[in-house]
Design a protein around this ligand. Sequence first.
Ligand code: 4NP
Length: 172
Amino acid sequence: MPAQPSRILFVCLGNICRSPLAEGIFRSAVEKAGATDLFAIDSAGTGAWHVGNSPDPRSVATAARHGIDISDQRARAVSSTDFESFDLLLGMDRSNVATLHGRAPAGAAHRVHLFLDYAGIGRLDVPDPYYGGDDGFEIVYRMLQEASDALALKLGARGASTPSSGQASSIT
Ligand code: 4NP
């Protein structure tokens, strides 16, 4: 049985709004499943404008309302080594995915996917909430929560604390 992808990089444009939320939500799901040791989880941006910055305060507040602390995260840009270091690079929207495909070295394009599509939710973008109001962050949170739960199930994180842990069905 092929090994499950376990090194997951969530990618958006700035790495201050969507992908930090995705990282925090998926990390929380994996922790709840007792599967922390089985996964490496990170996030990055295709752009470098916010490198070193904390997540957007609206993302921090939205996560906090749901009991998740993402305040320690710091933005970084996607690097060429990410295409080796991670099994999956999950873009928040089709623009992110197109940028990643343009940067992917030969043989690494299969690691790049649209997050909600890969999670089985549908071929949907997670909308960029940066220029909108606070309600956009809650909408994004709910999309990411649903996709994160589906991803955890797909990758076998659910029930990872049981004896059959890590042996969930293979992915395509
Ligand atoms: P993110 O949102 O890609 O979800 O982090 C954005 C953050 C910053 C900018 C655009 C999108 N910006 O243009 O600075």
